[in-house]
Design a protein around this ligand. Sequence first.
Ligand code: URA
Length: 275
Amino acid sequence: MPDRDALLAALRFQLEAGADACIADQPIDRFAAPPLAQIAGPPAAPPPEPARSRPAAIASALALAPTGSAAEGAMASAAACRTIEELRAAVEAFDGCPLKDTASRTVFADGRPGSALLIMGEAPGREEDRLGLPFVGESGKLLDRMLAAIGLDRRNVFISNVIYWRPPGNRTPSQEEIMACLPFARRLIELSRPKVVLALGNAAVQTLLRRPEGITRLRGRWVDYPLDGGTVPLMPSFHPAFLLRQPGLKRESWRDVLAVRARLAEAGAWPPEGS
Ligand code: URA
């Protein structure tokens, strides 16, 4: 039996490697497991389900759950919302995204609802999951500094994500998870009626624009995001977490932020309400 210190060191190593969520009671030997196609294929007569613990059920749901119907449920629920507060309640009540099972809490939004500038990120990380607010970890602190540099803060911007629950270990959200949340993210943009959207990082930009190109190609160029028969200008830019790893790219990011400020001014939204 390894001693306590060795066990703690092993746990710390796993945490540092990003494995900080427990999703099953027992480890799964992926080399011994049958190929996914075999698991997912339609069995002639399904064997009776063995009783299994909730975490194991969550693990298999994460791997296989078809979320087409979840996305339809999300669409109906989002479309029925008339206000941002109704949308917040609908997201909190929504059970169609498997990430909800492993997250500690729903992270909906922060800042002033209805602000001229709406910032859309990817998904909550560990700190966001702990506090229930978007962008409150290290990348959030950088975002706050970027906003402060053009005279903005959380009293005059609205901040949300395209995913409302933390992916275990901060892994990239799957297509199914993204599609289950997308109707809410779209409705948030409709209900917020921003003058400008700033979308941060690959996941947010590709999800909202349904474009396959990476952020390096898309950033810095305005896109007309369709909204109620009209459009709202959307600026794709680097994610602050990426900038923390690649500080040399902050210069490009600064240009994007200045372009956002200029566009807000053009739209008559400078200085922003709440300043
Ligand atoms: N990264 C994001 O994209 N969103 C958050 O809320 C935190 C980190």
